[in-house]
Design a protein around this ligand. Structure first.
Ligand code: ZN
Ligand code: ZN
Length: 625
């Protein structure tokens, strides 16, 4: 038989040859380093037979960054973890242990609960196994054999897995540990150069809260110690920037189970919120938007008309109302459609740009909520533009320029993605050809580079999504610009054309911050809490050195009344109060003591630089921030 290699050359092999045989036929070095066979995007164990004509790629220990190569390495490390736990904690039952993004886990039922401190001991045991060396052996057995083996071992979870398994059953053994597993696995443990157990958590068997609670041990592994070090460093940076942690430290907001996924905004968080709202309102006004306000609850019939009922009803909160049912809006569109349709429109009224920063509710599954980044209470900087076909391009330009202006203000660089007709689209292919073409044209004519997500558009039209990559290289979706020919027709919207005939307008849906909640979460992480001066909840803090200086400190704060100024007159040492201002990342701190006056102020900038400035110089300096 023959297999096809990545360079399209063919390799002749005896029938029944395995991936490892193929590697040997190419060269002994490759065979030694081989970790995995990849074939048409899926991964296969080296020990499995290949098929005639199969296209294969053999991954090796040199593919240290390849996700599939890391996947097999981490899966094998999960088995080492289970071996170590069974040795250290006799009587522990093992459940499942898959690789996941960035690592692996294994779920256990311990006879006695273990704490975080146990992780070091277990990690040492894994390192001992690695020093001894392990090799994996794969065998296929009948369900009956597998069942008997795990029943004898007292591994009831494995027995249940055997009973519910479909397809052939394989066992992998390393050392004295055998696991029920589909694989694939490494040949041996030599490529595992760095292991770290990263945490403990509770997890229910099969994810069902009616089942036994198990202990999940998380870990990660790499082909190179330096890769682990870099990963831990990134993790540490992400932790330091985590908006959920900074949100508490900076006293911006909190989340509580009283209102799942719906933030409570504290006064300092509201300063940021309102600064963004002011920005939104000011810039909308400049660009010819008009502000509107539409209801939060609509009869279900309205959602049927808009098309949301079919595609979105599981994500809507519903409220009974007499013998009717109302839905809490997950989007503003239907309200704006009804508003547009409430009077006779002429082409002279277009483009008509409705803006609304209203509260939307989306019923998200509990496990998917994440701080401010995924909430059930969404406040969009939403707008809908009603336009004639001739106005589409110019209007899209306006949105793109607006987006560029906003993101630039925050030092964010947006990436553009064009999403085209999805499987569940409304409307005809001809309509989609037109709307997709209009968006492509606008992007091309503005010279904007973009990627295309085929089939990822909204059900009513194609869209341009705006993503940003943060300082840690993580990508976040922010704004969206969507062109719609469906919803206006479903609401029977009309305008009188120049030709005195009725026409259906197009609608552009657009949000640039996306949701304010998420945008603030992104901003907290983007700036690591050190907001630019204009956005900082407290811009200036005055610290009177002694009790005698309090009155003068307040007087100074009064003179800087156009800024957000606080006086910290707590009975704490000056050093402590300076440190607290640093923790709160306050941009400007002024110390006021015996030597200070309007002619000579001790000014500390965020970052620690200190200088002496007169009040006039301070004002000049503040104006540059
Ligand atoms: Zn496994
Ligand atoms: Zn909309």
């Amino acid at each position: 038989m023959k297999v096809v290699l990545p360079d399209n050359s063919e390799l002749e092999l005896p029938n029944g040859a395995t991936g490892l045989d193929a590697a040997r036929a190419i060269g002994p070095k490759l065979a030694e380093q081989a970790v995995l066979v990849r074939s048409n995007g899926s991964v296969h164990d080296l020990r499995l037979p290949l098929e005639d004509g199969q296209e294969i790629q053999i991954l090796t220990t040199r593919d240290t960054q390849d996700p599939d190569a890391l996947y097999v390495l981490r899966h094998s490390t999960a088995h080492l973890l289970a071996e170590a736990v069974r040795r250290l904690y006799p009587g522990t039952k093992i459940a499942i242990g898959p690789p996941i993004e960035n690592g692996f886990y294994y779920d256990f039922e311990f006879p006695e609960p273990i704490g975080e401190e146990a992780l070091n001991r277990i990690e040492d045991e894994i390192n001992r196994e690695l020093a001894e060396g392990r090799a994996w052996n794969r065998e296929e057995v009948s369900a009956e054999e597998a069942r008997r083996y795990f029943a004898e071992q007292g591994e009831e979870y494995k027995v249940e897995l055997v009973d519910t398994a479909d397809g052939p059953i394989s066992l992998y053994t390393q050392g004295d540990f055998t696991d029920l597993c589909r694989g694939p696995h490494l040949q041996d443990s030599k490529p595992i150069k760095a292991v770290k157990l990263t945490g403990l958590a509770g997890a229910y068997w099969r994810g069902d809260e009616h089942n036994t609670q198990l202990t999940r041990i998380y870990g990660t592994a790499f082909y190179d110690q330096a890769d682990l070090d870099a990963y831990l460093e990134r993790l540490e940076q992400a932790r330091a920037r985590d908006h959920r942690r900074l949100g508490v430290q900076l006293d911006l907001f909190h989340l509580s189970d009283h209102a799942p996924g719906m933030p409570f905004w504290h006064p300092k968080g509201m300063v940021i919120w309102n600064a963004l709202e002011d920005l939104r309102r000011r810039e909308n006004l400049k660009r010819g938007y008009v502000e509107v306000k539409t209801p939060l609850l609509y009869d279900v019939a309205t959602w049927v008309t808009s098309g949301h009922w079919d595609k979105f009803k599981d994500e809507m909160f519903l409220v009974p109302y007499g013998d009717r049912e109302l839905g809490l809006k997950p989007m503003n569109c239907p309200g704006h459609m009804l508003l547009f349709g409430s009077s006779l429109r002429s082409y002279r009224d277009l483009p008509l740009r409705y803006a609304e920063s209203s509260t939307l509710h989306r019923n998200e599954r509990a496990g998917t909520l994440h701080g401010l980044l995924r909430v059930q209470h969404v406040t969009q900087d939403d707008a809908h533009m009603f336009v004639t076909p001739e106005q589409i391009e110019e209007e899209i330009f306006g949105c793109l320029d607006f987006a560029a202006y906003l993101y630039d203000l925050f030092g964010m660089e947006a990436r553009f993605e064009l999403s085209t007709r999805p499987d569940n689209k409304l409307g005809t292919d001809e309509e989609w050809d037109f709307t997709e073409g209009a968006l492509r044209n606008a992007l091309d004519r503005r010279g904007i580079e973009y990627t295309v997500n085929e089939g990822d558009g909204a059900f009513y039209g194609p869209k341009i999504d705006l993503h940003m990559t943060d300082v840690l290289g993580r990508s976040w979706q922010m704004g969206t610009i969507q062109l719609d020919s469906q919803m206006p027709a479903r609401f029977e919207l009309k305008y009188m054309g120049e030709d005195n005939a009725e026409h259906t307008p197009y609608v552009i849906h657009r949000a640039l911050f996306g949701s304010l909640e998420r945008f603030i979460g992104i901003l907290v992480e983007h700036y690591a809490g050190a907001f630019p001066f204009w956005l900082a909840p407290v811009q200036i803090r005055v610290i009177p050195i002694g009790e005698a200086h309090r009155a003068a400190a307040h007087e100074l704060a009064g003179k800087l009344g156009e800024y957000r100024v606080e006086v910290d007159e707590r009975n704490e040492t000056v050093g402590r109060r300076i440190r607290d201002a640093e923790v709160e990342k306050i941009p400007v701190v002024i110390l006021f003591g015996e030597k200070e006056s309007d002619e000579s102020l001790a000014v500390r900038e965020r970052g620690g630089e200190q200088s002496t400035k007169s009040l006039a110089e301070l004002r000049e300096y503040l104006a540059t921030l």
